[in-house]
Design a protein around this ligand. Structure first.
Ligand SMILES: Nc1ncnc2c1ncn2[C@@H]1O[C@H](COP(=O)(O)OP(=O)(O)OP(=O)(O)O)[C@@H](O)[C@H]1O
Length: 360
């Protein structure tokens, strides 16, 4: 079932939590809403669920305007960060809840509800927990119970609000992969809210990046990484470090050597965004001070550098001399994304070849 968000704004005390947000999620798609704290992710999810209403704009689910459709009639399953399970109800009763509170005409009989609960607990692989209470279950198990409960109403749309946040790192990875697998099997359109970019990039078909209530970009993970639409996205996604530079007399003047000049750019300030693998460091008499060395199992070592007051993450390529902590390092860039003040963007490559420039 498709979701269309068209020009949606939501203000609290005159402040925009959502500012003219438009995006469409296709039937069966797994989308993520990603952004820093306060960027409007939860507000957008609540508006979709019918727990809040936009001041402007329109929400359509499966082509129907939701303006007058209350939450319980939207057929939307929601899982929140803290599961919101009923502590005084058994696991089976929790899962049955959404079916039991249906209006009489649409409520299945109790044998059918029991059958569905068993089926759902099988689906989320915890049939043995039916008689337990939530307090007797682990975090990962409670997460599965919350999902089973959300799925019980046969949602056409599944909304997940930081559902993995309360789990420890190892369980979180396992449960989120399992959720993606479940999505692929059931094919339910899913929207996940997260502030964890690794989670969003790993799980979602497309990621909507929100910045202070505005949609910065909605694209596939690979596109966000390769072609960030704005300097905010470039800095937010993919561990990039930002460093100021300029175009002077038609040439790139950068504290980090090795980069091409973007073709056709006017003189003026630019910002360079470099990912750790694009900044290469080596022990030597260079401009950077080595602040930290990450222990590494692979061939390349990661180091944290300080350059002109900026903190940068760099890679020591295999075979190069690893600098010492507190020592100096020589640096060069093998690639970067540049943004000019007028929004022009270019991917810079190593060397002095002119790079392809593009409008934002
Ligand atoms: N009920 C409310 N009353 C007043 N302000 C609100 C309300 N709900 C949200 N806000 C404000 O709207 C903005 C967006 O909040 P929202 O919870 O959507 O952000 P978020 O991206 O989900 O953040 P987080 O990652 O911290 O949960 C914030 O500035 C928040 O303070």
């Amino acid at each position: 079932m498709s979701v269309r968000i068209a020009g949606v704004s939501r203000r609290f005390s005159g402040q925009a939590a959502l500012d003219d947000v438009s995006l469409e999620v296709a039937t069966g798609e797994f989308a993520a809403l990603l952004g820093p704290s306060g960027s409007g992710k939860t507000t957008l999810l609540r508006v979709l669920a019918g727990l809040d209403f936009p001041d402007d704009g329109r929400i359509e689910i499966a082509g129907t305007d939701m303006a007058r459709v209350p939450a319980r009639e939207r057929q939307v399953g929601v899982v929140f960060q803290h599961y919101a399970l009923f502590r005084h109800m058994s696991v089976a009763e929790n899962v049955a809840f959404g079916l039991k509170v249906r209006p009489r005409a649409r409520r299945p009989d109790s044998a059918e509800i029991n059958r569905r609960v068993r089926e759902l607990l099988e689906l989320v692989q915890i049939p043995e927990l039916a008689a337990r209470f939530p307090d007797q279950c682990s975090g990962g198990q409670r997460q599965r119970i919350a999902l089973a409960r959300a799925l019980a109403i046969e949602p056409r749309l599944l909304l997940l609000d930081e559902p993995f946040a309360a789990l420890d790192a190892v369980v979180r990875k396992e449960v989120r992969r399992w959720v993606r697998g479940l999505h692929d099997r059931l094919g339910i359109t899913t929207i996940l809210v997260t502030h964890d970019q690794e989670e969003a990039l790993e799980l979602a078909d497309r990621v909507a990046v929100l910045e202070r209530g505005r949609l910065a970009q909605f694209a596939a993970p690979a596109t966000l990484l390769a072609e960030p639409a704005t300097a905010f996205v470039a800095g937010f996604i993919g561990e990039a470090c930002a460093i100021p530079a300029r175009i002077l007399h038609g040439r790139l003047d950068s504290p980090i050597p090795g980069l091409s000049t973007p073709a056709g750019w006017h003189d003026g300030a630019v910002r360079l965004f470099l990912r750790p693998h694009e900044l290469l460091a080596e022990a030597g008499d260079g401009p950077a001070l080595v602040r930290m060395i990450h222990p590494s199992l692979g061939a390349a070592t990661r180091v944290v550098l300080e350059l002109d007051g900026h903190t940068l993450e760099a890679t020591v390529p295999p075979g190069a001399a690893v600098p010492e902590r507190g020592g100096r390092a020589a640096i060069r860039a093998s690639g970067a994304i540049a943004f000019a003040e007028d929004g022009m963007r270019a991917r810079l490559v190593a060397g002095n070849l002119p790079a392809h420039a593009s409008a934002p």
